[in-house]
Write a protein that binds this ligand. Sequence first.
Ligand SMILES: [Zn+2]
Length: 325
Amino acid sequence: MKRLIYRLWRLGGFAALARFLAQRRLKIVLYHGVCPSVEGLFNYRRKFIAPQSFERQITYFTRHYTILPLDEAVMRLYAGKLPPRALAITFDDGYRNNYEYAFPILKKYGVPATVFLATDFVFDNTPLWVDRLEHATAHGSESVYEKKGMDNRMRSEMKTLSEAEKIRRLEAIERKRGAALTDARADVRYAPLEPHMLEEMQKAGIAFGAHTKSHPILSRISLDDARTEITESIDVVKNICTLVSRVFAYPNGQPGDWTNDIEDMLIKHDFDSALTTVEGTNGASAPRMRLKRISMDDTDDWDSFVAAESGLRGILQELKKVWSY
Ligand SMILES: [Zn+2]
């Protein structure tokens, strides 16, 4: 049903109309990564899209939008100087595949992007917890179908736990299944960017920003710990990178994942604005510390991509919320 609506939306010209109506608003798209499709549990949620899909999307953006570096786009948004159909490209977390598969395409089309780094992951080799879970779940005799169900269920449960409890649960799962991803570079599929890659990317106009140290949900840890996560991550990014974004990206980024105190803290630490993962576009009155994005995860299918980029998926999500009240 969803697929049919997406297709009718695109073929009926509604996507073009929606794009026209939103042309004064800033669209910020969010990727996690790009890598070839493989069989098995790895990337079953399609947070990394295929290189062919990514290239097709980037050429589409260059044709239908004015792509700006994120910091410039945000500055222009609030100065009332946004060009029509403005779009900025972001990546979260700092996976190595951003360099291996996305960067050659960004460079080929001369397209700027900003990558938000979870600094313990990128500079200390600490794997992200979702990857540790997927890695441990993949180890076992169940079918891939069963493993997908297990991983999904455990991930949802673990998102409701405190950070400390989440890690305890994760370690228990790893022990039980006899597979623990302790070094993020041990499995190239889950590996982070290397310093020389950052350097090369910056030369081609790719900027880097802070996305905390250990990727916790900031509202679930103490304010002191949140301060450490924020200040130490931006300090590391500033020490290592030359093209540093003044924008911050909240881990997880859904309503309730950060607080007003955290917004104040970011402003005090000289951040210009902050990105959520709340679906939508931004007008000149959008709150600086709550900028919306459009997730490009799971958009290998062209109709899904157009539904996301043109705003239909966001509309349907809103309708679903109203419907469920
Ligand atoms: Zn993230």
